[in-house]
Design a binder for this molecule. Structure first.
Ligand code: FE2
Length: 256
């Protein structure tokens, strides 16, 4: 089983890049299942139904979200679709779901989305407690488990990796838009990377216009963010599982 993970897709130009790159990688690498983080795909904040459908049409099986889940009100019309999940540690009663179980090659893949609490400005429940509840709920109902931990702090993500070693098969981080080079297989049990990176404008400050970002840093005035133009890069990761032995074999980082 080969699972492709595409990091935060930033803006409509990032979506266009994903539409080209996902089918290419799927074909070249014999990918079976694709997870993309779509929380920045519509204008840098949120997702629309049109983009959600475009991502599914180009090969995504699941779209995960993050702190910009509610950035576009359009989301309320399709949040109940099975292929979109939002952080599971929002308060009880919030619309949408925090995980989904998907069929692929006669296997069931549980995909879970959580949001961090360090420097995130989101009043979420404790992800370290929430994940235990979820794993209990889905016990015996899946073959492989994958977690998108959408968080700012590297320490919080690394801690989650160690916390879930041997309990979740694949853990990847999103949100910082910078791919980290720390991919590893923890205790030969859990594939882990702190951040997959972004798919969005390359000449930018994490996808945003350089001039606007510099003005904010120089003046501290609340200049409105603007997406950067120009060519896009795609940061992604491929996770390979040996289905017979049910072990993680390999993690490959990709930049295109
Ligand atoms: Fe984010």
């Amino acid at each position: 089983m080969k699972i492709l993970v595409i990091g935060d897709i930033v803006g409509e130009s990032g979506v266009e890049k994903a539409k080209i790159v996902i089918p290419q990688i799927k074909k070249e690498e014999n990918i079976d299942f694709v997870i993309v983080n779509g929380e920045n795909s519509a204008g840098g904040m949120g997702i629309t139904e049109k983009i959600f459908k475009q991502l599914l049409n180009c090969g995504a099986n699941v779209v995960t979200m993050g702190n910009h889940t509610w950035g576009k009100k359009d989301i309320f019309s399709f949040i109940d679709e099975p292929q979109i999940i939002r952080p599971a540690n929002y308060p009880k009663g919030v619309v949408g779901k925090g995980y989904g179980i998907y069929e692929c090659k006669n296997k069931k893949i549980a995909v879970i989305n959580l949001i961090g609490r360090t420097d995130m400005n989101v009043l979420s429940e404790n992800p370290f407690i929430k994940i235990n509840e979820i794993l209990e709920e889905i016990k015996g109902k899946y073959d492989y488990s994958v977690l998108d931990f959408h968080a700012e702090a590297t320490a919080e993500k690394i801690a989650m990796g160690h916390y879930l070693t041997g309990r979740v098969d694949i853990i990847f981080g999103t949100h910082t838009h910078v791919q980290t080079a720390d991919e590893r297989i923890l205790e030969n049990k859990t594939a882990y990377i702190t951040d997959v990176g972004m798919t969005g404008p390359e000449k930018s400050v994490i996808g945003m216009d350089i001039g606007v970002s510099l003005k904010r840093f120089e003046t501290t005035l609340p200049e409105k963010y603007k997406l950067a133009g120009g060519d896009c890069i795609c940061n992604a990761c491929i996770f390979e599982i040996n289905d017979e032995k049910r072990t993680i074999m390999k993690i490959t980082r990709i930049t295109r």
